[in-house]
Design a protein around this ligand. Structure first.
Ligand code: SF4
Length: 393
């Protein structure tokens, strides 16, 4: 899977899209809510922040069709309510057996979401085929409000126009569309304009990725902890214009949402005031019920990721292999791996260890690992200073 849109996780927004919010509560110690499968690393794009550093061709060792069917059977083995299976890449459209896999999952009553790359493969004919396949949601990536930013990030002239066209076609086909945006220094100032564009395009959900230094993402500058906070407050505002807002690798968004719901004021720092002011200018005052999602998932808690060769990871951005589905059942790895049980029990170090939001948030385990080599360390992107003496929630 990649850190950019094509391979981006479809998270809680997808759950809502699939279920209209009617799914039963999930016991995350027993089963994930989302299973991401990096069906291939092959991708025609070469985006600058690609988690997987995707390749033009499939890598040796990729799970074959029969192994894919067996993996789907393992996902069914979690029992009901079944996790949602998100087929990512690379570009999942480069799997010749993609529609067979979708059909097999559906025959087991597993909801499927797709995360394709925007390439010439995603044409109207393919979109029609996807819509007819029964896929529940589709996500695509948009990293700028204009061709200048998006095309530079993607490294492909004209890709912004193709992406907007693809979003329109997917929406027109009746599919719930999630747009994924990776925040970085180069586009943080454009977030209000991206939000306005999404509102005009009638997308269902906006999922905002906060960069973890992995894959080609290491070449891009991350924003500061204070700017992360500003962006989270802005995203809460943006969730009042009709689309669902979620974050990836920024679980501290839930702390911000909890504070705002409790009547807390947003910060008066330059990035927040600029973004929220521009959004109000573009779309007027947000008057809808905030749709900021706050399920207490995190890497390894409610989420599990299977790499192209069957290796299992807590998440797509946390490169610690826990086992391989060729040799061990996925459910056993998810339920019994000691790292995952520690993550689910919120046994964290540093500020995340004594934070009152440890269970609701818990910090990005991927970023903690990238920064310290300890997946249970504190998340350095969060500026919150919890009171060490205060009880945890
Ligand atoms: S200190 Fe850790 S657990 Fe607390 S809000 Fe920040 S990232 Fe989340």
């Amino acid at each position: 899977m990649r850190q950019d849109l094509p391979a981006a996780p479809i998270q809680e927004a997808t759950v809502t899209a699939i279920s209209n919010g009617a799914r039963s509560p999930v016991d995350f110690s027993e089963r994930p809510m989302l299973v991401f499968w990096e069906t291939t690393r092959a991708c025609p794009l070469a985006c600058r922040h690609c988690r997987a550093s995707a390749q033009p061709r499939a890598l040796p060792g990729e799970l074959g069709p029969a192994e894919g069917y067996r993996l789907i059977d393992q996902v069914a083995g979690f029992g009901r309510p079944h996790p949602i299976l998100v087929l990512t890449g690379g570009d999942c459209l480069l799997r010749p057996d993609l529609f067979g896999l979708i059909g097999h999952a559906q025959s087991a009553a597993i909801p499927v979401a797709l995360s394709p790359s925007v390439s010439p493969l995603l044409d109207r004919r393919m979109i029609g085929r996807i819509a007819a396949s029964g896929v529940k949601a589709v996500s695509v990536s948009l990293d700028g409000a204009s061709p200048g930013t998006h095309d530079r990030v993607r490294g492909i002239p004209g890709h912004f126009g193709s992406t907007v066209q693809a979003i329109r076609a997917l929406v027109d086909a009746g599919l719930p569309v999630q747009v994924n945006t990776t925040v970085m220094g180069a586009n943080a100032g454009e977030l209000a304009r991206i939000a306005a564009l999404l509102e005009h395009l009638s997308v269902h959900a906006w999922e905002v990725f906060f960069l973890v230094q992995t894959g080609r993402g290491s070449a891009e500058g991350a924003v500061t902890p204070a700017e992360h906070d500003d962006i989270c407050h802005f995203l809460y505002d943006a969730s009042q214009y009709g689309f669902v807002v979620r974050t990836v690798e920024a679980p501290f968004f839930r702390r911000v949402v909890a504070a705002r719901r409790a009547g807390g004021a947003p910060p008066q720092r330059p990035l927040y005031t600029a973004l929220s002011g521009e959004l109000a200018k573009l779309l007027g005052t947000g008057a809808r019920r905030p749709r900021a999602h706050t399920a207490a998932t995190r890497d390894g808690k409610g989420i599990i990721f299977i790499g192209h060769n069957g290796d299992v990871f807590p998440a797509g951005f946390l490169p610690l292999a826990l086992g391989n589905v060729r040799h061990q059942p996925l459910a056993r790895i998810y339920r019994e791996n000691p790292l995952l049980t520690a993550i689910r029990a919120a046994r964290f170090g540093g500020r995340c260890g004594y934070c009152p939001y440890a269970d609701l948030c818990g910090g990005s385990r991927a970023r903690a690992y990238a920064a310290t080599s300890d997946p249970l360390a504190e998340d350095p992107a969060c500026p919150f200073e919890p009171d060490q003496a205060a009880p945890r929630s």
